[in-house]
Design a protein around this ligand. Structure first.
Ligand SMILES: Nc1ncnc2c1ncn2[C@@H]1O[C@H](COP(=O)(O)OP(=O)(O)O)[C@@H](O)[C@H]1O
Ligand SMILES: [Mg+2]
Length: 281
């Protein structure tokens, strides 16, 4: 996966299009910055549910790469996460810096689930950072299925039932600092649930208890789902995935216009092996 410094510049230059980078002064293209040093280790949280990441199944599903490509991808995600971390916890970040990152894209198949999982894995290597990976693609629930959590209660249930403590639905993983929230049971009115103040409360609750935490949301496509547009209102940061040679330019521009002002927006060009011999992604 590569950064698309040129892509946003082109978007900005596009007639009549105001990119989030222009409307949001804090917008950042993914340029490497120093990692914020953790001051205090994350407090251990008690989890009621546990799971093991089935790396073989994830590999077979194309969400994890071969060992030969792994180092390249790890390096690329290291660069991708730096500005996201800096925005939340860097020296210039406010005390309530944006702790939730929505991984979004224009259409299905751009690589949101791939990017959300690999970003969460990369973030979980940060010392003292607690990472929550949330399957917020409630209509499709690919991530939950691939993690073997297709029938687990999760986000949709916690949205519907205010008596549920969302932290009790988290699965601890075999990677100590990474926990997972499944999509939960499919139900009617998902858009309204995601748009409701309850969603904001859930995000605040998910991050609570850890000294430093980041929440990564896998999400539905922005152009074809009202759920994604409801969700994006709650996201402090957006990692926008563009698939090389696949996502139509017009779709990218229309999607970026849907992102509310004030968000830190990073754009990555995914799967660009055909565009350059230097990178797989
Ligand atoms: N950089 C990549 N390299 C190889 N395969 C990829 C890459 N990004 C996505 N894919 C594959 O493309 C398919 C669609 O990706 P996915 O993350 O499920 O898209 P989305 O969540 O946006 O619908 C998946 O099979 C995934 O494994
Ligand atoms: Mg997906």
């Amino acid at each position: 996966m590569n950064f698309v410094e040129a892509a946003l510049a082109k978007l900005k230059a596009g007639a009549g299009v105001s990119s989030p980078a222009q409307s949001a002064p804090r917008a950042t293209l993914a340029a490497p910055v120093a990692s914020p040093a953790p001051s205090v280790a994350a407090k251990p949280r008690h989890y009621e549910r546990h799971m093991r990441l089935d790396r073989e199944a994830l590999h077979a599903a194309g969400l994890l790469v071969d060992a030969t490509q792994d180092r390249q991808l790890a390096n690329e995600f290291r660069q991708i996460k730096r500005p996201l971390l800096a925005e939340a916890y860097g020296p210039d970040a406010p005390a309530d810096g944006p702790r939730s990152i929505l991984v979004g894209s224009a259409v299905s198949g751009d690589g949101k689930t791939f990017a959300a999982l690999n970003l969460a894995l990369s973030l979980s290597r940060e010392r003292g950072l607690s990472v929550v990976l949330v399957d917020a693609d409630l209509p499709k629930r690919d991530l939950s299925s691939l993690l073997g959590l297709g029938s687990a209660t999760g986000l949709a249930d916690a949205l519907q039932d205010e008596s549920i403590d969302v932290n009790s639905l988290l699965f601890a993983t075999d990677i100590g600092s990474l926990s997972v929230l499944a999509a939960g049971q499919h139900r009617e009115g998902l858009t309204e649930l995601l748009a409701s103040p309850r969603m904001g409360q859930l995000i605040a609750t998910l991050g609570a208890g850890a000294e430093r935490s980041l929440i990564v949301f896998d999400s539905p496509p922005l152009l074809s789902s009202s759920e994604a547009r409801a969700l994006i209102d709650h996201a402090g940061q957006v990692l926008f995935v563009v698939r090389a040679g696949r996502t139509p330019r017009r779709a990218v521009m229309s999607s970026l216009e849907l992102i509310p002002a004030g968000r830190n927006v990073s754009v990555i060009l995914n799967d660009c092996a055909s565009q350059t011999s230097e990178a797989y992604y």
